[in-house]
Design a protein around this ligand. Structure first.
Ligand SMILES: NC(=O)c1ccc[n+]([C@@H]2O[C@H](COP(=O)([O-])OP(=O)(O)OC[C@H]3O[C@@H](n4cnc5c(N)ncnc54)[C@H](O)[C@@H]3O)[C@@H](O)[C@H]2O)c1
Length: 352
């Protein structure tokens, strides 16, 4: 539908109020998707629609009203979902992550940009037909930043949302562009009776006790811990002094849910940083060895991957999130290990 036909549909087509209200989650089979589906369902959300390229495991599928194995770029499959339900919120998680995107940059562009734009367009048309706002939650990333060199990174104050936006990866470029389009459409629809309500949270590295990450450049930290727990050697692809911010998975999920629930009037911007703690890779190794004394951890930097980490901030300024929607991470570095990661990983290992 073009902008013109969108405007026509606003006036000509009465909203169909008989369809079931639902929440759409793309990339539901991934690390964040697993936790988010569990959390939303436990909070009473009965009508979750889950999309992923790969079949969803039963722990996710059993919590959803409908699951669809499809590529987000399959417009007909996505349009069918919007036609079948009254979707009020989209959590658009599906993406190719940073390391995978560097290997397949044009696939990444196609999925991370074209796939996202297709979903934003469908969500916006849907909102217009229903004279409503569709909240479009977009997990963005610290990969949108591109600090020019290590001394600048080490000197920098916690980086604000509008600083150093010169990403050095395809993934970072993709996410930054989609943030801009989301901001633009939300602004453009501000006075319409229906439209897109885009909200992005820029995550740092995420540490999960339940899942092992793949494809991300912050993976050196969680992989170190997961390997140590299994008694396996791990060689970090960044040196011991390298530092980026992290957050635990429960805090990341709480953040995206809180942002989704926030009253639009309280939001002073469309894109928010969130951080929790910023240990170096060496701090991670030390803490991991304290928990697993047999841990065999080495540092074997891979220049291409370390350069990416060097372009990301050591700390982010997340005061806007803390002020506007009361973001407050529950885990600092010590609590993340002692109260979340170690017990969670040990539970997962003893269950296998
Ligand atoms: N995990 C992190 O540290 C981190 C940090 C910052 C931002 N993010 C963002 O959060 C989101 C989710 O990340 P994650 O860690 O769960 O990633 P993940 O790789 O674990 O999951 C992504 C999921 O998307 C699916 N997917 C990929 N391409 C698809 C396509 N074309 N169509 C349908 N499904 C597709 C994959 O099958 C996978 O299940 C991503 O947008 C990512 O950029 C993650």
């Amino acid at each position: 539908m073009t902008q013109d036909s969108r405007d026509e549909s606003e006036s000509d087509t009465p909203p169909d109020t008989t369809r079931t209200r639902a929440v759409l989650i793309t990339g539901a089979g991934g690390e964040i998707g697993h936790g988010l589906v569990h959390s939303l369902q436990e909070a009473g959300q009965q009508n979750l629609l889950a999309v992923d390229l790969n079949p969803l495991d039963s722990s996710v599928a059993s919590r959803c009203r409908e699951t669809v194995v499809a590529d987000i770029r399959d417009e007909a499959a996505m349009a069918r979902l919007f036609a079948s339900y009254e979707i009020d919120t989209v959590y658009h998680l599906a993406a190719l992550l940073s390391s995978t995107a560097e290997k397949r940059p044009f696939d990444a562009h196609d999925i991370n940009v074209n796939g996202t734009i297709t979903l934003m367009r469908l969500a916006r048309e849907h909102a217009s037909q229903h004279n409503s706002r569709v909240r479009f939650l977009f997990p963005s990333t610290i990969a949108v930043y591109g600090l020019p060199d290590l001394p600048t990174k080490n000197r920098a104050e916690p980086v604000r949302e509008d600083q150093f936006l010169q990403p050095i990866t395809m993934y970072g470029c993709n996410k930054l562009y989609c943030e801009q389009v989301g901001r633009y459409l939300t602004w453009r629809d501000r006075e319409a009776s229906g439209g897109l309500d885009f909200r992005a949270v820029r995550f740092p590295g995420i540490l999960s006790a339940e899942t092992t990450p793949t494809g991300g450049t912050s993976d050196f930290a969680p992989l170190m811990i997961h390997h140590a727990a299994k008694g396996e050697r791990y060689a970090s692809f960044v040196d011991a002094d390298r530092t980026i911010p992290f957050v635990t998975m429960p805090d990341a999920i709480r953040a995206i849910e809180q942002l989704a629930a926030a009253d639009a009037k309280r939001l002073s911007q469309t894109v928010y940083n969130v951080g929790a703690f910023s240990p170096s890779a060496g701090d991670f190794a030390e803490k991991t060895r304290a928990c697993f004394p047999e841990a065999d951890i080495a540092f074997e930097p891979v220049a291409a991957r370390q350069n990416i980490v060097d372009s990301w901030p050591a700390r982010v300024d997340d005061r806007a999130a803390r002020h506007d929607w009361r973001y407050q991470p529950q885990y600092d570095f010590d609590a993340a290990f002692e109260s979340y990661l170690i017990p969670g990983i040990q539970r997962a290992i003893s269950a296998t």
